[in-house]
Design a protein around this ligand. Sequence first.
Ligand code: ATP
Length: 429
Amino acid sequence: MDIISLKNASSHAGKAIKIAGWVFNFRSSGSIYFLQIRDGSGYIQAIVSKDVVSSKIWDLCAKITQETSVILEGEITKHPKKEEYELQVKELEIVQVAEEYPISKKEHGPDFLLDNRHLWLRSKKQWAIQKVRNTVINGIYEFLNNDGFNKIDSPILTPNACEGTTTLFELEYFDLGKAYLSQSGQLYLEAAIYSLGKVFDFGPVFRAEKSKTRRHLTEFWMMDAEMAFYDHEMNMKMQEELIYSIIQKVLKECIQELEILERDIEPLKKIKLPFTRLTHNEAVKKLQKLGSDIKDNEDLGGDDETLLTKDSDSPVFVDKWPAEIKSFYMKRDESDKLALCDDLIAPEGFGEIIGGSQREDDYNTLEKRIKEHKLPAKDFEWYLDLRKYGSVPHSGFGIGLERLVGWMCGTKHIRETIPFPRLITRLKP
Ligand code: ATP
């Protein structure tokens, strides 16, 4: 008999089937054992009745502990009252009796759970978060593939910085001196648009910033997209359409997971296109009115981001930032003072999920910026080169996967949205 997936249990109602998984909870009432089974794809209650199974199987049940691995055979039946399916067990095989499991039903502190992340991943909420993460990843791939993007795998070992030199992880690279772990694949994607038009990468990036916030990891997954012949407006439109499509996919495919996470889905359902747009100047004025002490030419802090979206159902774009506080590669508007860039701020206090901009495409201007930012000219020669051979207006953006997943799941601290979080104070397990 083939083993079925629990997510398809309902389609096997009335039939004899086999399942394989783990007992994550159990109780007995004298002549019946109720085993809660998890198989990775879903959950089911398995019922072992003393008067149905052999005495050998009945005796095996007494050995079962939390996380014991089992293979079960029986018939799938519908719960008499609920929209749930159960397994009426006929055969039971124990694969391994689990030792006493450290994570019990009682409350555990975050440090204990993070120390036991290799086990914590099995709990129902963590299962649900990883399922949503997978759906978000698939949603990004689907959207971009349907829109004619080509995936480009940018390097992780790089000779230079992309997002500022203070947040780089450094290592010795044989006889060639220092190498750095990538902060973003953007610069490499810019090279690839001249070959493939619209490209994206999706992989781990590294930031050595000493931020101890609930929104910062030192290793996180970023999707960078880069498009030839896209200006600032087209760039923002692409971003909002991508985010909107992911929300719709999560609402369609992850209802069970969002229920497990007790995520109120009404705010997600209310989101409409187009998203709200504010210039940095408008955002600052609004924040000052709302009581923030933010200055005219300052970056938004985490609290500002929360305050700014308080009265908004949709995410909010903050665009056209003072150029002096933004990166060297961003194109400026006609005033030469504002960068044609945008941050997309998620509602409900989930903060910035995207940073994007139109890129400077003029050779001389970019060369000047590299000097102004005191960047090592030699390392950026290849990047400048791109502005010599058929340079075109182009734009792109980077999505932080964990922030997006945290928002979808309603998880306040993004450390739970990545399987093995890397924080300033945590490198294990
Ligand atoms: P922040 O100001 O929040 O530190 P940033 O401006 O440095 O972010 P970008 O360099 O624009 O961010 O990176 C693009 C996206 O990557 C961000 O919008 C965010 O979603 C995500 N991101 C950036 N830094 C981190 C981090 N340390 N941990 C997790 N996600 C991050």
